[in-house]
Design a protein around this ligand. Structure first.
Ligand SMILES: O=C(O)CCC(=O)C(=O)O
Length: 358
């Protein structure tokens, strides 16, 4: 059940092993302090994040395009999160890639240990985020891989089983990258910029893209823990493929947590910290977390569409005004990521701490 990897502060324990051991009690390493437990704050199931049909954005019909733009603008300003349907990715591909990842996580733990990751790159099979010794851990395993830039994509580091998985990741990655680029156009126009503006600010063709597939096994005492602690995403935009049969994602809205009800074959989009910085906080990354449950496992595919890693990212000059001076000093995504990787999920404290002193 335990492997010693000297790069992590403690031996890594696979959550899958703990879940499969059938122990009725949650190990103490996963018990969150009372204030962080799922029940500690109000949870609303009556509300949902906006669902937007984006098909019309590709049509040559200005009125319909304007409606999509307005819906996305409202969702970015008021929620930082939305689901898109009719996004152009084949539903069968979504089902197949999700199913193949379930098959991967269902393999015996021993056959995945060869992919064990380390905290320098996080690539591979992981069971914790952050390197703080003695930290309370989240109830999830994951697999993290690079898709772009091409020099970081290494098929040898991707799972070899199930056999179909590599091709599915390739096809899915290609589609999601196209979708990310289309979404950046929408966001640019909504910020009053040229439609290519954000893509250029992200490094043009040289964007980064990586995938974290989260596996949340069944949990003996879900009320005491979280599958993923509250955090905002460090990158540009996240495109999440949830399991549309099992709820788990919660998004913070004011003082409430909203449990997302995924629409069938929707992709959930959220604004990351880099878009918050570029937009000088017109758009804000939003805290989210994941709850787990005792009778259903869950898989989600979080695809991070990121700026090129070594270019300075700061507020866009057109969005800096005398009334709203630049709130951040430029920083590369590489620099920002080092900081995040050490600390693990910490609400919004990381991006907030980067604000320029007034
Ligand atoms: O599993 C989910 O629904 C959300 C995953 C997530 O927030 C992440 O991977 O950053």
């Amino acid at each position: 059940m335990t492997t010693l990897d000297h790069d992590w502060p403690e031996p890594i324990v696979r959550v899958q092993s703990l879940s499969e051991s059938g122990c009725p009690l949650l190990p103490s390493r996963y018990i969150k302090p009372p204030t962080d437990r799922p029940s500690a704050s109000a949870v609303t199931t009556a509300l949902n994040i906006p669902i937007i049909d984006v098909h019309a954005f590709n049509l040559d019909q200005p009125e319909l395009r304007a409606t999509v733009l307005a819906q996305v603008s409202d969702a970015c300003r008021n929620w930082g999160f939305f689901q898109i349907v009719n996004h152009g990715i084949r539903p069968e591909l979504l089902d197949d890639v999700r199913r193949a990842w379930y098959d991967f996580f269902h393999l015996p733990v021993e056959s995945k240990q060869g992919y064990a990751n380390n905290p320098r790159t996080y690539e591979g099979y992981g069971s914790r985020l952050g390197v703080q010794k003695g930290a309370i851990l989240d109830w999830s395993d994951y697999f993290f891989l690079h898709y772009l830039p091409p020099r970081l994509k290494d098929h040898n580091k991707w799972p070899a089983q199930p056999l179909s998985l590599g091709d599915l990741i390739e096809e899915y990655g290609e589609e999601v990258v196209k979708l990310g680029a289309r979404l950046l156009k929408l966001l640019s126009l909504n910020l009053g910029l040229h439609q290519a503006y954000l893509q250029n600010a992200f490094g043009g063709e040289d964007v980064g893209a990586c995938l974290r597939v989260n596996y949340y096994p069944k949990c003996p005492q879900p009320e005491l823990t979280l599958g993923l602690s509250s955090h905002s995403d460090p990158g540009g935009l996240t495109l999440l493929l949830p399991d549309d049969r099992v709820a788990g994602l919660q998004v913070r809205k004011d003082d409430n947590w909203i449990t997302v009800k995924p629409a069938r074959h929707a992709i959930i989009v959220n604004v990351g910290d880099q878009v918050q910085v570029l937009s000088n906080t017109i758009y804000k990354s939003v805290e989210h977390r994941v709850i787990v449950n005792s009778d259903k496992e869950r898989v989600s595919l979080a695809f991070f569409y990121n700026p090129k890693s070594n270019i300075p990212i700061g507020p866009i000059k057109e969005l800096v005004t005398p009334d709203k001076p630049a709130l951040y000093s430029p920083m590369t995504f590489d620099e920002y990521r080092v900081y995040i990787r050490m600390r693990g999920p910490r609400g919004k404290s990381q991006v907030e701490s980067l604000k320029s002193p007034k």
